[in-house]
Design a protein. Structure first.
Length: 170
């Protein structure tokens, strides 16, 4: 990608220990279409959240986001709801890896949850490694390996490999 990699969006703030069943309740696990799953994203936390996500594209969370089962449906639901990034104090390891594999940007930024409010607009500058808050303050996130960012930008691991194979890179 040429130029600065920047994502701007309105924020949905959630708490600590948001598990995969809250992200997408088990009764929806027969659905495989991300857009259909997205209609139920975070419904387990609050039934009004899927409607809020129509106007928001970045989730800011506390600690241990995505804990619980290893269901990929949780990541697909967020993607289907139009979420472009999840910024959390920390992630459950399996959710973090599933997100990368599916092309969802996940960033660890200690201290961010206490510094934003639901509905705020933030700017994520991937090149500088910061999230700019409405106050102008910046919160640094943990660095992302170039290879990981390439997977996310390609739309996930399978898409990255498919593109590489088509171009004879492997």
């Amino acid at each position: 990608m040429v130029g600065r990699r920047v994502i701007e969006g309105r924020v949905l703030v959630v708490g600590d220990n948001v598990d995969t069943d809250a992200i997408v309740p088990g009764r929806y696990l027969t659905i495989t279409d991300p857009r259909e799953l997205g209609k139920h994203a975070l419904e387990g936390l609050d039934p009004s959240i899927p409607e809020k996500l129509r106007e928001r594209s970045i989730i800011v969370a506390g600690r241990n986001f995505g804990c619980g089962s290893s269901r990929e449906h949780a990541v697909l639901a967020l993607i289907g709801a139009g979420v472009r990034a999840v910024i959390a104090e920390s992630f459950a390891r399996i959710f973090y890896r599933n997100a990368i594999n599916r092309g969802l940007l996940v960033l660890e930024a200690p201290g961010i949850r206490q510094r934003v409010r639901d509905g705020d607009t933030v700017v994520v500058d991937l090149d500088r490694g910061v999230v700019r808050l409405p106050t102008g303050e910046e919160v640094q996130f943990k660095p992302i390996a170039r290879e990981v960012l390439e997977i996310v930008e390609a739309g996930g691991l399978i898409e990255k490999l498919r593109k590489e194979l088509q171009h004879g890179e492997h």
